[in-house]
Design a protein around this ligand. Structure first.
Ligand code: IMP
Length: 179
């Protein structure tokens, strides 16, 4: 088993690059099937989604637009923070079909808060795509329309996901090895 050490902790491969790419291509097809003939706006939630978003939209076979937002939460609330601010959304999404692109839904609270903020801009529809989902941790009440992989409640890194700012550049997704 190929392992790597990051900040003194050992990680092992959880989802290979090949498996990720195959699933991302399937998600692209499913999204296109739903939005064929329309012009949806993909909105990547930074920072973690940037690699997934890029692979997802590359070769999308229909009309679409793209934008990114950066979410900031109240300090000290970790991933359970309420979304304080949306930075960077330039597109007027009123009356548009928007597709929020997330790397991972953990507690789900970030996305839940984001969805409620987005609704105030009166889009025509909001769809959610997430590469990863930890069902055991999720406390939020929304549907993930397009999901890459369900994973157990474990810390994962790579393919955009960081560990204290590092290792977003890894091609595979790795999980923390149990000690
Ligand atoms: P939530 O509000 O708990 O769903 O948090 C979502 C955010 O927490 C994600 O967009 C990630 O940035 C971060 N996160 C949650 N789980 C992990 C993980 O296993 N590895 C890296 N980042 C994670």
């Amino acid at each position: 088993m190929q392992t790597i050490e990051v900040h003194g902790k050992i990680f092992e491969i959880s989802i290979t690059e090949d498996k990720i790419q195959k699933r991302v291509a399937e998600l692209r097809k499913l999204i296109h099937k739903k939005f064929e003939g329309k012009n949806p706006v993909f909105i990547g939630v930074l920072n973690g989604s940037f690699i997934f978003m890029s692979d997802l939209v590359k070769g999308y076979p229909g009309d679409c637009e793209m934008d990114f937002i950066k979410v900031s939460s109240y300090e000290g609330m970790e991933t359970t923070g309420e979304v304080k601010e949306l930075m960077g959304l330039k597109t007027d999404i009123q009356g548009r079909d928007i597709i929020l692109v997330e790397d991972i839904v953990d507690t789900g609270l970030t996305l839940e808060s984001l969805i409620s903020k987005m609704k105030s801009y009166l889009p025509s529809s909001i769809s959610i795509v997430s590469l990863l989902f930890k069902p055991e941790k999720c406390q939020a009440d929304f549907n993930i329309d397009f999901l890459g992989f369900e994973i157990p409640n474990e810390f994962v890194i790579g393919y955009g996901l960081d560990f204290d700012g590092s290792v977003r550049n890894l091609k595979h997704i790795y999980r923390l090895q149990e000690s």
